[in-house]
Design a protein around this ligand. Structure first.
Ligand SMILES: *Cc1c(COP(=O)(O)O)cnc(C)c1O
Length: 241
């Protein structure tokens, strides 16, 4: 993992240099879903402190197992059902995948309860996941509803609107998808200047995402190796995350 981390950082460095961007403006979020807690301990030993997870039950178990690691930030990047919002609001620093008013309301209530109970000390940071195609299975709010959802999140007493996230459609050139995402982010920023985060780019397309202004690449495979499940399961899961 140490070699993979070095190679990944070199890729991000090169992409920032090629795009004429400040390296400090692009954060690496390691995605550890499907990998055991022991792998997260190895990454922690390499100095990483933020980890992205995408399934509530798996993530909650790892958070509990890794309580002894100080100063870890857990980020929830996957599809989230409303009935899991309360759990995630207890331990997540940021949720990247808010795509409906109802989910925003559930997270707001969950974060309020967690603040009240002393399980968290700061509002829950929220990124809106925007759909770059019309496929509801991949998640994300439709473009036409983005600003209304941003307003709902901005008004959530226990939420903090932090930015935008997207997963590009498989059949669209990443450059085209990320250019569109960048335009949506610019529109969001005119109304919500604090929503500076733009999370785009994964193992296969992080260079294109960095060209189009990504502030946070979410990388699993290029850092951790293949996820320990079959590729058929993976295809099936990816359409649901
Ligand atoms: C799994 C996942 C990633 C990481 O994908 P890789 O291609 O393995 O880098 C990024 N974002 C989300 C939302 C994911 O679920």
């Amino acid at each position: 993992m140490s070699t993979a981390l070095t190679a990944l950082r070199d890729r991000i460095d090169a992409a920032c240099a090629a795009a004429g961007r400040d390296r400090a403006a692009v954060r690496l979020l390691p995605v550890t879903k499907f990998h055991p807690a022991s792998d997260i301990e190895i990454l922690y030993g390499l100095g990483l402190r933020e980890f992205g997870e995408s399934r509530e039950q798996e993530a909650s178990e790892k958070v509990a197992q890794l309580r002894h690691l100080a100063h870890v930030r857990w980020e929830f990047i996957g599809r989230l059902q409303r009935n899991k919002a309360k759990s995630v609001a207890r331990w997540a620093d940021t949720v990247y995948s808010v795509d409906s008013d109802r989910l925003a309301a559930a997270l707001d209530a969950g974060a309020a309860a967690a603040l009240e109970a002393g399980q968290r000390t700061a509002p829950l940071r929220v990124l809106l996941q925007v759909s770059l195609d019309a496929d509801p299975a991949r998640g994300g709010v439709q473009e036409a509803e983005l600003l209304a959802l941003a307003e709902r999140v901005a008004q959530g007493a226990s939420l903090q609107l932090a930015g935008l996230m997207a997963i590009p459609p498989l059949d669209v050139e990443p450059d085209v998808a990320f250019a569109r995402l960048a335009r949506l982010h610019a529109a969001l920023l005119t109304e919500h200047p604090q929503a500076t985060e733009l999370s785009a780019g994964m193992s296969n397309d992080l260079e294109a995402a960095i060209r189009h202004g990504s502030t946070c690449v979410r990388v699993g495979t290029a850092l951790m190796g293949a996820r320990p499940i079959t590729s058929a399961q993976q295809r099936n899961l990816i359409s649901h995350i």
